[in-house]
Design a protein around this ligand. Structure first.
Ligand SMILES: [Zn+2]
Length: 274
């Protein structure tokens, strides 16, 4: 975990468990934290990093979306958890199935390396929800939480216009192929174009290193190329397995290369269903 000061009041912590990034913003009246990592144990380390910089109260924890590597540390911050309305809905449903006590127990048995870290897990839902956007005022500093969708239905971003910093959640997987299983490529592309129009110098991705608008352009290029080629090959009656092997797709990143074929198949299934 590496703490980085981006501006006077905006910090990020890169590389928690599952390589997830978190961040925090310090205002006159307190702190807003962005995402909480995959385990209470890891979240405690985030809290320690925050406390190495400020003693101000943590007023809000913002979940960019429901995925477990962004929300399972929520309980540690003992504060108001804010997220898109759909984030709370999805988490509520997951608690009945994939995230039930029995399912988590089974996960821990199959993945013993997480046993200790998830031992005291108490999945904590958002209690302040928004629909399109929400402005959080920390006294001298405003943070705009904006719903985007794309990576998941509930994906939202945090834009601190006065500091020119954007926390993009998992809409940006810097240096790696994006994880599309719960997403929608056209909605994702739409979100990326909206992000491109915002004013910022530094972008904190959900995973990977700090970047800027060039990474947004890379992602736009990747999704446009995916959609264009998948459409073309579907019209030529190729199967999604055959399409996934074609070389016409943009070589996008070095990490998570196995995801590339999954992504092609995902886009094909979206297009065939249309
Ligand atoms: Zn995610």
């Amino acid at each position: 975990m590496v703490l980085k000061r981006i501006t006077e009041n905006v910090f990020c912590i890169l590389g928690g468990e599952k390589r997830i990034n978190t961040g925090f913003v310090i205002g006159k009246n307190g702190v807003l934290v962005i995402d909480s990592t995959f385990s209470p144990e890891d979240a405690k380390k985030v809290l320690k990093q925050i406390r190495s910089v400020t003693r101000k109260p943590i007023r809000y924890l913002f979940n960019t979306h429901h995925h477990s590597d962004h929300t399972f540390g929520n309980q540690v911050f003992s504060t108001k958890v804010v997220a898109h309305r759909e984030c709370k809905n999805i988490m509520t449903k997951l608690l009945e199935r994939e995230w039930s006590r029995d399912s988590i127990q089974k996960y821990v048995e199959e993945n013993p390396e997480w046993k200790e870290k998830l031992n005291n897990l108490k999945i904590t839902l958002p209690d302040l929800v928004f629909d399109d956007s929400l402005e959080i005022d920390l006294g001298n500093l405003k943070i705009n939480l904006i719903h985007m969708g794309g990576h998941t239905k509930d994906t939202s971003i945090a834009h601190i216009a006065s500091s020119k910093v954007l926390f993009a959640g998992d809409l940006i997987f810097q240096g790696r192929y994006p994880f599309m299983r719960d997403g929608n490529s056209q909605r994702w592309l739409f979100a990326l174009k909206k992000i491109r129009d915002l004013d910022f110098d530094v972008l904190v991705p959900g995973h990977g290193y700090l970047c800027d608008k060039r990474e947004v352009e890379h992602h736009i290029g990747y999704f446009e190329n995916l959609l264009e080629n998948c459409k073309k090959f579907i019209q030529e009656n190729l199967s999604s397995d055959q399409i996934a092997k074609r070389n016409e797709f943009t070589r996008f990143a070095r990490r998570n290369v196995d995801r590339h074929e999954e992504n092609i198949k995902k886009v094909c299934s979206e297009l065939i269903q249309m």
